[in-house]
Design a protein around this ligand. Sequence first.
Ligand SMILES: Nc1nc2c(c(=O)[nH]1)N[C@H]1C(S)=C(S)[C@@H](COP(=O)(O)O)O[C@H]1N2
Ligand SMILES: [Mo]
Length: 364
Amino acid sequence: MNHFRAAAHSPAVTSRIGAALGVTFLLCFLTGLLSHLIQHPPGWFTWPSRPVQLYRITQGVHVISGIASIPLLLAKLWTVYPKLFERPAVRSIPHALERLSILVLSGAAFFEVTTGLLNVAQNYPWDFYFPSLHYAVAWIAIGSVVVHVAVKLPIIRGPKEPEKPEKPSPGLSRRGFLRSTWLVTGVAVVATAGATVPWLRHVSGLSWRTDKGTQGVPVNRTAAAAGVLEIPPGWRLEIATTAGTRSFSLTDLVALPQTTAELPIACVEGWSQSAVWTGVAFPDLLRAAGAEPGSDVRVLSLERNGLYATSELPGTHTADPLTLLALQLNGEVLAPDHGYPCRVIAPNRPGVLQTKWVRRLEVR
Ligand SMILES: Nc1nc2c(c(=O)[nH]1)N[C@H]1C(S)=C(S)[C@@H](COP(=O)(O)O)O[C@H]1N2
Ligand SMILES: [Mo]
């Protein structure tokens, strides 16, 4: 028998890798759930506007733990795959259920890591479809993890069977297999983490879309792609309140008190980047429009039918003096790709909600 396989197919190796995978999966699930709640908040959920960098960190953890799961998942399957060919295929009903749960678990896990990875690499290749499916399958994956752990609990917690001593062999040892697994996982993490961890940036060969792009910030959806290269002549920002609608030209907005702050864009795809933004703080803007800071605001853009053409800015954010309707980026007037004439930049908020090319605010 091949030494490499002999080393890998030991219950001790399987459960060590399983434990690591359990940790990365759980982190990935919880941070993903959080991101989903922030983007589709149910009534009981509020997300604070501080700390400024919090979402950047949780979403970084989501992407990094997802990437770490890939080599762990492959190694884990490698350690158990001879079992897939066991005969008889079904010994009893619990045995059949266990096998079925492993099938569902690996299928769901592979679906999650591949769709996640493609999303990170390609920037929403599937439009609306991806997030809802990725979210739904996450529940299937975590559910089957729970079943799998419950089934294996007697083995995990039971008295340790003495491992058969390994015959010295010229191939890879159990320890060697484990070490290679940790090494590959570490390399995968370091190679991608630079997208969100600034000091890792120069070692991350594979980190994507950072420091590139107009005005030093990556561009997610370009003005051309969104169909908003031409700003309608006589553009004015409309602010609709219960008392009526007021409108502001760009000159009016520049004449309001200006706030400058360093704030990150933290894309759900995992890249994040800080920049210096200048514009009108929402509390000032709402007061100028005759509305209360702390009101919920619906943001509408010039984009006609993009997925992220509109967003909801909750009261926790409109009360925060760091939530900006930005007019400038890194000391220059916003480039069309970054949302000219004005865009939302709020602390601790997912990138998809930092709406560009704002046309109208509806105060509730
Ligand atoms: N109107 C509009 N605003 C948008 C988007 C969009 O598609 N349409 N994309 C969002 C996403 S996903 C991100 S990550 C940020 C990126 O901002 P940037 O392109 O200025 O870096 O803009 C957000 N604002
Ligand atoms: Mo994004």
